[in-house]
Design a protein around this ligand. Structure first.
Ligand code: 9MR
Length: 311
């Protein structure tokens, strides 16, 4: 309940960490089970919060039976994708504000398309198709391409921007770019600023879609954490507050107001963050501590959101 109270008080938009992914909705052939997505919608409606759809096509959430289908019959994969997106986005038309239509289609590091089952079966066309299906199902929804490390891997960002330019040239209805923004204290602000400038230049809606800021490092792999700091000192708390403040300021000053879709955190308390389990790291990424008390990070971020900007 304490958790819900903090959530209700401080946030006006919700992204499900898991409950709206394909392995929840399409557990078995021929059936879509929308129970977990319906629950998210009910939750946000009761609280007057915006619901964001994460994510339609993501290799990591593709059920095994879909992979087997793709091997047997490539055309069936396209038919499944169309049916899935029409049914899903159609069901929540006007209720889900936007979707991460395609998530993490670029290689983890550097440029180029990730060789997922979608890519290998349908070619890079799967991306254009996914956006077109989603747009047909809900013409008003904001449709995002979403990826990680775009703020610090210039090659990866350029690759994504090239893809976006291609899609736009073909008339594909892409309307948003999501920077997941899982960052570390040592990612320089100027590097982030430069990436945001490039992203904003597309004219798309810009979503900071999965924000958190850690101290330790990792190799972008499960279990790949490198524990540099064992405890959180007051100094570190202050530095993190400043990093959060700057992030909010950069978003507000670099991304034109009409392109600001919002800032979403990937968890809001250090006790519940995905970082610990995924990287096997003890870290403190969030605005609230494990007791749901606001950290300096919270106040720093709030300052960044509310500071008066020169016009
Ligand atoms: O935080 C999410 C975790 O709870 C899930 O187990 C995992 C697999 O579905 O996905 C995590 O969220 C990821 C997000 O969907 C896409 N970007 C990276 C996030 C962290 O791994």
């Amino acid at each position: 309940e304490a958790m819900l109270a903090v959530h209700q008080r401080h946030f006006n938009s919700v992204t499900a960490e898991d409950a709206m992914k394909m392995h929840y909705i399409a557990k078995e052939p021929g059936v879509f089970d929308f129970a977990s997505a319906d629950a998210m919608l009910a939750f946000t409606r009761e609280r007057g919060q915006r619901l964001f759809g994460h994510t339609l096509i993501w290799h990591s959430a593709t059920p095994e039976w879909v992979e087997r289908l793709a091997e047997r019959d490539p055309a069936a994969l396209d038919a499944f994708m169309r049916d899935y997106i029409y049914s899903y986005v159609g069901r929540y038309q006007g209720k889900v504000a936007g979707w991460d239509v395609v998530n993490e289609a670029m290689n983890t590091a550097g440029g180029g398309y990730r060789e997922t089952v979608w890519y290998k079966t349908l070619g890079r066309e799967y991306i254009a198709k996914a956006f077109s299906y989603a747009h047909e199902a809900d013409p008003a929804a904001v449709l995002f391409y979403n990826d990680f490390n775009l703020e610090r891997d210039a090659e990866k960002l350029d690759s994504a921007l090239e893809m976006i330019a291609d899609l736009k040239e073909q008339g594909v209805p892409i309307s948003g770019l999501g920077f997941q923004m899982h960052i570390r204290m040592d990612v320089p602000d100027e590097v982030i600023a430069q990436a945001l400038r490039k992203g904003a230049a597309t004219g798309l809606q810009i979503h900071l879609s999965e924000v958190d800021i850690i101290f330790n490092t990792h190799g972008d792999t499960r279990g790949g954490g490198v524990q540099l700091y064992d405890e959180l000192t007051d100094d570190m708390r202050r530095q993190q507050a400043e990093k959060y403040r700057k992030l909010a300021m950069m978003y507000r000053t670099i991304v034109p107001e009409q392109q600001q879709f919002g800032i979403t955190f990937w968890g809001f308390d250090d006790g519940g963050s995905w970082i610990r389990g995924f990287f096997e790291l003890n870290d403190w990424p969030c605005l609230f501590d494990g007791n749901l008390e606001p950290k300096p990070a919270y106040f720093g971020f709030r300052d960044g959101l509310t500071a008066k900007l020169e016009d």
